[in-house]
Design a protein around this ligand. Structure first.
Ligand code: FO1
Length: 317
């Protein structure tokens, strides 16, 4: 069974871990957002790819959801003494090894997709990890007061508290899907949009030329899981992102934002029990929709959420 997942960082990684537990023998491909990526201290940092790799490789700092377990920050602290880089963005000592390895391989001429496969060999994630593109596409936030900030500065330094006017991705017009991305969508038995940030994570993946159309036209059913429970994001600050693009922070509004195929990208939408009314509204509009407990508290619970989502489109293993 071939399952393709479009993922940002923490939420998507936790979902992928549960999906892997549900169907350990499935061929799972995770297409990762790389719009959060940046060059920092001369190394290439790929937050969502690393969160996926560490989470699926059982090395993630579980409470944080990103970075390595048993991490230290001696190098980061000493770098701060030089007044260089982003002192509000901590590159842990072990995490730095990943960025140094990635940078070495990139400088050797490998595209990000091949670098990702090479790094993943060590972590045996049990899924195929693909960047959405091999091109350097970065999300910037144009704030209401006229600043142009890298997404991570807006997200981490300012905790998404600066009103955002627009999100833009650099080099988007010339970006192409990484090798294997379009095939992973076209040849899947089912495609899942997990509870990642619908604007800056999934939205950025959909912005890569060709990917949205691949979702509209694949023979595979496409099912999404709401990242909003009871009108609020489960974690992170996706509400600030939705507000910036004029979308209400609700399970129903996010479904409508993604849209139903063939105009939109989804066939089905799983919401939390607290938002069951949204499922009923969508069903009356012809969606396949359902409700369940969608709080990903642990791996078995997440596996059950994945099963509920696959069942919505008749794709249970
Ligand atoms: N998030 C923070 O809130 N503070 C940090 O200092 C921080 C550092 C960091 C370093 C590497 C990395 O891969 C991720 C890091 N993150 C940090 C998380 C990051 O903001 C998120 O993983 C995503 O980019 C947003 O979902």
């Amino acid at each position: 069974m071939k399952i393709t997942v479009l993922s940002g960082g923490v939420g998507g990684a936790r979902f992928a871990r549960g999906l892997r537990a549900l169907v350990p023998t499935a061929g799972i491909t995770v297409i990762a957002n790389t719009g959060d990526d940046m060059w920092l201290h001369g190394v290439r940092v790929c937050p969502d790819l690393d969160t996926l790799m560490y989470t699926l490789g059982d090395a993630v700092h579980e409470e944080q959801g990103w970075g390595r377990r048993d991490e230290s920050r001696r190098t980061s602290d000493d770098l701060a003494a030089y007044g260089l880089g982003w002192e509000w963005f901590t590159l842990g000592d072990l995490d730095l090894a990943t960025h140094l390895a990635r940078t070495e391989l990139l400088r050797g001429g490998l595209p990000l997709s091949q670098v990702t496969a090479r790094l993943a060999e060590r972590w045996a994630p049990g899924v195929t990890l693909l960047p959405m593109t091999d091109d350097e596409v970065e999300t910037h936030v144009l704030t209401a007061d006229g600043r142009d900030l890298h997404f991570e500065e807006w997200w981490v330094r300012h905790r998404a508290a600066l009103p955002a006017a627009r999100f833009v991705q650099t080099n988007l017009a010339t970006a192409t899907p990484a090798p294997g991305v379009l095939a992973a969508i076209a040849d899947a038995d089912v495609v899942v949009v997990p509870p990642s940030n619908p604007v800056v994570s999934v939205g950025t993946i959909l912005a890569i030329p060709g990917i949205r159309d691949a979702l509209r036209t694949t023979a595979a059913p496409v099912v999404g899981i709401s990242p909003m429970i009871g009108g609020a994001p489960v974690r992170g600050m996706a509400d600030a992102c939705l507000t910036a693009i004029g979308v209400e922070t609700s399970a129903l509004a996010v479904a409508r934002h993604y849209g139903r195929r063939p105009d939109g990208v989804l066939d089905a939408w799983l919401v939390d029990d607290r938002d069951a009314d949204a499922a009923h509204a969508l069903e009356s509009e012809g969606w396949a929709a359902g409700s369940a407990n969608t709080l990903m508290t642990d791996v078995p619970t997440t596996a059950r959420i994945a099963a509920d989502a696959l069942a919505l489109v008749g794709a249970l293993p």
